[in-house]
Design a binder for this molecule. Structure first.
Ligand code: 4AZ
Length: 842
C-alpha cells in the first residue's frame, strides 16, 4: 500500500514530442501532373522518410542519454515546518475535520509552489500529504508532511542535495503569492527505504493523546496472544498537552534480533523524519532493563516495521505525559557527590542541555569519575563529539566509555555540560565527583595514568586494574606467583603456557615444552592451544603448525563454502575474514561490505552458539512476558537456576511456578522447532539461605510438570562432586540470551563466551569484599567479555575428564557487565551438591 495513499499517479511522459504522421494531398489533374506529380511524390516521400528518420534518431538519442538506464523509483521525503501567525485549533488533531483539511490544503499549495520553482525537483514531484499538525511556540502550528517523487534512481543523490539546498536556503519558507502564510524551522529528508518496502502489505496508523495522571497502553498488533504479523508498517502518533513531554515506556519488548528485518523507531516528531530519529531498536529487552524514551516537545512517533519472516511476540508500552521542565544541572558542593544525566538509566530526551557547577572547598582540586557512560549515536566521531556529548571544562566525552573514565582539574571548580542534539538518544551517564589534595591526588592509593586511584597492592599484580595498563608498566620485580614477561609486565604464573598471549608479546607462551592439560595441543613453537582450535582455519599457534596437515579442501556439502574455482573448504564463514582460504583467493574479493553502524558484540563479547552445542541450556520465560532467566537441565525432570530469578517483585510473583514456562532445546528465541520442548513448572525450590542483599547461596531448583525426553538437543550437564576443583586460570564457557552490552538488548540467538576462573582473593579485592565461599568469579579482567542481565540462572560449563562438561557455576551477579576488573560472579555449584541431591534426588 502506498504511504501517501495518493490517488494521483505518475503517467510516464514521452521524452520529446514529435509527429510521426505524414499526410499526402490528393492530386487535382492526375494526367497532366502524372509525371511531374510522380517526381514530386517521390521527393515528398523521401523528405517524409528523412524527417521520420531524423525524429526517430533524436528520440533514440534522447532516450539513450537520458532514460536508458533509468529505472524509476518512488522516493518519499518527510518534513516538518512551522507555520507562524497561526493559532492551534483543537480540530487540527482530527484529520477528518474541516479545519484540518483547510490548513492542509494551504500547506499542500505551498509545497507544490516551492517544488515547482526547482528545476531539480519539479519534473519528479508527484504529490504531498499532510500527516499531522501540532502546537508550535507563540501562536504557531507545526505541520508534518510527506512528499512523493518519482524519478530515475540515479537522480536520488542529486535530489537529496536539491532538497537539502532548498531547506537551507529557505526557499521552502514563504509562499510567494501568499504573504500571510509564513513558514520556518523546516526539516526535511528522505524516508528510510525499509519503511517503504513494496512488500509492506498492511499499513496502520493510530493516534493517542495522553492525559495527566493516566497512562495509555499501546501494543504491537496481536500482542500478547499472537506474534505480530509479517510485512506490516504500524505507526502510533503520540501527543501530550502543550507544556508537556511524551514519555514512552516499554514493559515488554521482544522483536527479531536483526534490525534490518523487524524494528521499531522512535521519532521526536509526528512524521518519520530521519533528522529527528531518537532510536531504532530490535531484539529483546528484559523487564529489568527499562526501554523508555522522552520527547523534546509534546509529540512523538513510534513506528514498527516487520518483514516476511520470523514473527516475534512484539511489545507493550505505556504512554504518559510529564511536565516539559526537566530538572537537571545545578550547583554541587561538598567533598564528594553523585549526579546523572536526566532520567538515567532510561534514555535522555533530545535537545537538552544541562550544566552542573561543581565546587569543592578552596585549596582542593576536583575530579569526576563516570561510572557509566553511554552516549553513542550513529555517525558520531568520538574524537570530536559533534553530536551528544558531555563536556568537563574543556574535555569533551561521547560514545561508550569504560567506568575508569576520570577527568580531573587543577582547580576547586569544575563545569560539567551535558548536551543532546535533535537526533538519537542513549542512556547517558552516572558520575561521582570528589575533592582531592593537590599534593596527593590518590591518598594511600596508586594513581593510574588516567587519574583513577587503585589499591596499591594491585600494582604489578598482572591484572590491568587501571584500565589503561599503567599499573602493570615499569614493574621492576614480579611477585612469587608471577612470571616476568619480556616486555616487563608481570602476569600470574598459571597463565604461562596456557595458549593465550597474556603478556602481549607471546613471551608467556614460549619454551613451554609440553602442555599442562590433555585438552591442549602443543604447537611447534612450544605454545599450547586448546585442542579444539586445531584445524579451525586460524593460525592460533602463530607458526601455522595447528593448521598443518588439515584437510581444508573438502567434498562440497550444503554447509561448506564454495570457491569460485569450484573447490569447497571446510572453514566456516571464510568470506572476507582477511585470510585467503581459497586457492584462487575468491573468498577475499568484493569485500567492501558489512561495516555496520552499530556495535555487534554478543552475550557481551561472546559469539552465537552452534545449535545444539549447549543442550542443557534452558530459557525461562514468564508467561506473556518472555525470556527472563537461564537455567540448566540436570536430568529429565529437574533444572538448576539462580534463586534471585525466583524472587517476587511488586508486579510479578516470580516464586510461583504457574507464571513460568521453561524452553528446553531452544536456540533462537521465538523459534520453536521440533527440537524444542516447552514445559510448565511443578515446583520451585529456592535455596533456604539465599540472601537477597548479598546474593549469597544464589541457587534454586525447578521441577518440570512432566519429564522431557532426552535428545541430542536436550541433555543434562554433569554435576560436580563437592571436591571437584575448577582450576584458577582455566577456561570455562558461559551461555545465555542475556543483554549484549550493559544496559543493552538481549540476544535472540543463544550466545556463548569463554572466560577464565579468577583467583578468589583477587576477586574479593576487586569486588569490595563481597565474595563469599559460595561464589566463584570468572571473566576477562581487561573487560569486554561477560555474562549480563538475562543470563542469570544459566550455566557456567567447565571441561572435566573425557571432555565432559560440568556445571561449575550458575550466573548470579556482577558490577555491571564486561567492565574492566569486574569479573562476573557465579554460584559455586560444588558447595550445593548435597543440597541438590537431597531436594531433587539427582
Ligand atoms: C543480571 O543482572 C546480571 N556481569 C547477571 C550477570 C552479571 C551482571 C548482571 C555479570 O542478571
Amino acid at each position: 500500500m502506498d504511504p501517501l495513499e495518493s490517488g494521483m499517479r505518475y503517467s510516464p511522459r514521452c521524452p520529446d514530442d514529435w509527429d510521426t504522421s505524414v499526410q499526402f494531398l490528393p492530386a487535382s489533374d492526375s494526367k497532366a501532373l502524372e509525371k511531374k506529380g510522380s517526381v514530386r511524390k517521390g521527393v515528398f516521400v523521401a523528405l517524409a522518410v528523412f524527417l521520420l528518420a531524423v525524429c526517430v534518431m533524436i528520440g533514440v538519442l534522447v532516450w539513450h542519454f537520458r532514460y536508458r538506464h533509468a529505472t524509476k523509483t518512488k522516493l518519499i521525503y518527510s518534513g516538518s515546518m512551522r507555520i507562524s501567525n497561526q493559532p492551534f485549533l483543537d480540530n487540527y488533531e482530527n484529520s477528518e475535520s474541516q479545519d484540518f483539511k483547510d490548513l492542509a490544503e494551504k500547506v499542500l499549495q505551498h509545497l507544490s509552489a516551492v517544488y515547482s520553482k526547482s528545476s531539480q525537483l519539479s519534473p519528479y514531484y508527484v504529490n504531498s500529504k499532510v500527516q499531522a499538525f501540532s502546537e508550535g511556540d507563540s501562536q504557531s502550528v507545526i505541520t508534518y508532511y510527506l512528499s512523493e517523487f518519482f524519478m530515475p534512481s540515479e537522480q536520488k543523490s542529486a535530489m537529496d542535495k536539491a532538497m537539502a539546498n532548498m531547506t537551507q536556503q529557505g526557499r521552502l519558507l514563504r509562499r510567494p503569492n501568499n504573504p500571510s502564510f509564513y513558514v520556518d524551522d523546516i526539516v526535511s529528508g528522505a524516508v528510510d527505504s525499509r519503511m517503504l518496502r513494496s512488500s509492506l502489505a498492511v499499513r496502520q496508523s493510530f493516534a493517542l493523546h495522553c492525559q495527566t495522571g493516566s497512562a495509555v497502553t499501546l501494543q504491537s498488533p496481536g500482542f500478547p496472544n499472537s506474534p505480530y504479523s509479517p510485512n506490516t508498517y504500524t505507526e502510533w502518533l503520540l501527543r501530550a498537552d502543550p507544556g508537556h513531554r511524551v514519555k514512552l515506556q516499554f514493559d515488554t519488548f521482544n522483536l527479531e534480533n536483526d534490525c534490518g528485518k523487524d524494528f521499531i523507531r522512535v521519532y521526536d516528531s509526528l512524521v518519520a523524519l530521519e533528522q529527528k530519529i531518537m532510536a531504532e531498536k530490535c531484539g529483546v529487552y528484559p523487564p529489568n532493563e527499562p526501554l523508555s524514551f522522552v520527547s523534546s516537545g509534546n509529540v512523538m512517533l513510534l513506528t514498527l516495521v516487520t518483514n516476511e519472516e520470523k514473527n516475534f511476540p512484539g511489545f507493550r508500552a505505556r504512554v504518559t505525559q510529564i511536565p516539559q521542565k526537566i530538572e537537571c544541572g545545578g550547583t554541587l558542593t561538598g567533598l564528594k557527590g553523585t549526579f546523572t544525566s536526566p532520567d538515567f538509566p532510561s534514555y535522555y530526551p533530545p535537545l537538552l542541555r544541562c550544566v552542573w557547577n561543581i565546587q569543592v572547598p578552596t585549596g582542593k582540586y576536583v575530579k569526576v569519575q563516570f561510572k557509566k557512560f553511554l552516549m553513542s549515536e550513529p555517525g558520531q566521531n568520538i574524537n570530536v563529539c559533534r553530536k551528544d556529548y558531555v563536556q568537563v571544562n574543556t574535555t569533551k566525552l561521547c560514545g561508550e566509555r569504560s567506568p575508569s573514565t576520570v577527568v580531573s582539574v587543577k582547580s576547586n571548580k569544575m563545569e560539567v555540560i551535558f548536551d543532546s542534539d535533535m537526533s538519537y538518544v542513549d542512556r547517558g551517564f552516572s558520575a561521582e565527583f570528589q575533592a582531592y589534595e593537590p599534593s596527593d591526588p590518590c591518598p594511600e592509593k596508586f594513581q593510574c595514568r588516567n587519574d583513577m586511584c587503585i589499591n596499591p597492592a594491585l600494582k604489578c599484580d598482572g591484572w590491568n586494574d587501571c584500565g589503561d595498563n599503567s599499573d602493570e608498566k615499569n614493574c621492576v620485580e614480579c611477585g612469587e606467583t608471577q612470571i616476568k614477561c619480556k616486555n616487563g609486565f608481570c602476569k600470574p604464573k598459571f597463565w604461562q603456557c596456557d595458549g593465550v598471549d597474556d603478556c602481549g608479546d607471546m613471551s608467556d607462551e614460549e619454551s613451554c615444552g609440553q602442555c599442562k592439560s590433555k585438552a591442549e595441543f602443543l604447537c611447534n613453537n612450544t605454545k599450547c592451544i586448546p585442542e579444539n582450535k586445531k584445524c579451525n582455519g586460524y593460525d592460533d599457534c602463530g607458526d601455522g603448525s595447528d593448521e598443518k596437515g588439515c584437510t581444508r579442501v573438502v567434498a562440497c556439502t550444503d554447509t561448506s563454502y564454495k570457491c569460485k574455482n569450484s573447490q569447497c573448504i571446510s572453514k566456516a564463514n571464510p568470506e572476507c575474514d582477511g585470510e585467503k582460504d581459497c586457492d584462487d583467493g575468491s573468498d577475499e574479493v568484493d569485500c567492501e561490505c558489512g561495516v555496520r553502524p552499530y556495535k555487534s558484540s554478543r552475550i557481551v563479547g561472546g559469539q552465537a552458539a552452534v545449535e545444539g552445542e549447549w543442550p542443557w541450556q534452558v530459557s525461562l520465560h514468564i508467561k506473556n512476558v518472555g525470556h527472563v532467566c537461564g537455567a540448566s537441565v540436570i536430568n529429565n525432570r529437574w533444572l538448576v537456576t539462580a534463586a534471585h530469578c525466583v524472587q517476587d517483585d511488586k508486579e510479578i510473583k516470580y516464586s510461583q511456578p504457574q507464571h513460568w514456562e521453561a524452553y528446553l532445546g531452544l536456540h533462537i528465541q521465538g523459534k520453536i522447532t521440533d527440537k524444542t520442548a516447552k514445559r510448565n513448572l511443578k515446583r520451585i525450590i529456592p535455596h533456604p539461605y539465599y540472601n537477597e542483599y548479598t546474593y549469597d547461596n544464589d541457587i534454586a531448583l525447578m521441577e518440570l510438570d512432566s519429564p522431557v525426553t532426552l535428545t541430542q538437543s536436550i541433555w543434562p550437564i554433569c554435576l560436580p562432586s563437592e571436591t571437584h576443583e575448577f582450576e584458577v586460570g582455566s577456561s570455562v564457557w558461559i551461555t545465555g540470551w542475556g543483554a549484549t552490552r550493559e544496559g543493552g538488548s538481549s540476544a535472540t540467538t543463544l550466545q556463548k563466551a569463554e572466560v577464565r576462573i579468577i583467583n578468589q582473593t583477587v576477586c574479593n579485592q576487586l569486588m569490595s569484599n563481597q565474595i563469599t565461599s559460595r561464589m566463584l568469579c570468572a571473566g576477562v579482567l581487561s573487560g569486554g567479555v561477560d555474562a549480563c542481565q538475562g543470563d542469570s540462572g544459566g550455566p557456567m560449563s567447565a571441561y572435566g575428564a573425557n571432555r565432559r562438561l560440568f556445571l561449575a557455576g550458575v550466573v548470579s551477579w556482577g558490577d555491571g557487565c564486561a567492565r574492566r576488573d569486574k569479573p562476573g560472579i557465579y554460584t559455586r555449584v560444588t558447595k550445593f551438591r548435597s543440597w541438590i541431591k537431597e531436594k531433587s534426588g539427582v
